[in-house]
Design a protein around this ligand. Structure first.
Ligand SMILES: [Zn+2]
Length: 296
């Protein structure tokens, strides 16, 4: 995961430009949910799909959670879900699976709720686009928190008091995911040694199965990114002339910028190469072995 930096003002500007009048309609609907104390809208009337492309562009057509890249907006809207970070219509409990590093994790509200975060269905800072594996298979209506849920939350910027375990990657209402999650080669790991920030990283990694080798597509792409990075880093180091070096550096920039697939993994690997080149070489060898075991 990485952060996609944007202010609420800028986000609203992009939404208004893409769908004039959407924000006014969204505000009207939120007022209705406030009045009735529930999210009671029939699925056919929902309008969040209308602004999907705004988030696809902001996230460079990448899933907010696993950073896999899907097709872009001209053909790819079907591949992306508009995901409500805090579930809108109900909240299901999340049970850590057997073998999870923190089986004793505290939950502020461990029960299911038939009421969701009913004031947030049309709050732009409750949206992100994600792949169907992360949204439908992994997340669903689950939203684990260490403190009691606040289903009356109207402003996501004030959501920290719930102590959510999941990380919200759009804007700056939450911690930058890269401060909490880094990569050892192709595997995501918690950056902090202890505390709630470590728990959050562990939950995110487990919750979205980001470290599960059974997500073969993720692991294969990360391995390919690492292999390419290593070869380019070596080529840049050994370049015979400045023109060649400049080309390699430009290609490296392209593979590590926010728009790049698996940018957190890529940036973690470049840091490793700079700090412990022998370890980076070892990971490169491992990626070759791993890719060699996969069918074409
Ligand atoms: Zn995903």
């Amino acid at each position: 995961m990485i952060r996609y930096a944007i202010t609420l003002t800028e986000l609203k500007k992009r939404i208004e430009k893409a769908r004039p009048g959407w924000l006014a309609l969204a505000a009207k609907r939120t007022q209705h949910f406030t009045d009735v104390g529930d999210f009671d809208e029939p699925a056919a009337q929902s309008i969040w799909g209308d602004i999907k492309e705004v988030f696809m562009q902001l996230q460079h057509s990448k899933c907010a959670y696993c950073e896999s890249r899907r097709e872009s907006e001209d053909y790819g809207t079907i591949e992306h879900d508009v995901e409500h970070f805090r579930p809108k219509s109900s909240v299901q409990k999340w049970k850590p699976p057997a073998g999870f590093a923190r089986p004793d994790l505290p939950f502020g509200t461990p029960e299911d709720s038939s009421l969701g975060y009913y004031l947030l269905p049309y709050q732009p800072l409750n949206y992100a686009t994600s792949c169907k594996v992360c949204n439908t298979i992994c997340k669903g209506d689950r939203f684990p928190t260490a403190a009691p849920r606040d289903l009356k939350l109207a402003d996501p910027a004030k959501g920290a008091k719930e102590k959510p375990y999941l990380l919200y990657p759009i804007g700056s209402t939450d911690t930058n995911p890269e401060e909490l999650i880094t990569f050892n080669g192709v595997s995501p790991v918690a950056k902090k040694a202890s505390g709630f920030d470590r728990d959050r990283a562990l939950v995110v990694i487990e919750f979205f199965k980001l470290g599960d080798p059974k997500r073969k597509s993720l692991f294969r792409r990360r391995a390919e990114v690492i292999a390419t990075l290593f070869l380019l880093l070596e080529a840049a180091k050994n370049a015979a002339n400045p023109v060649d070096k400049q080309l390699y550096v430009k290609l490296l920039d392209g593979l590590t910028q926010d728009a790049a697939e698996h940018a957190n993994c890529a940036r973690s690997f470049v840091r490793l190469y700079q700090q412990r080149p022998a370890d980076a070489r070892e990971f490169f060898v491992l990626t070759q072995e791993y890719l060699g075991t996969m069918s074409p």
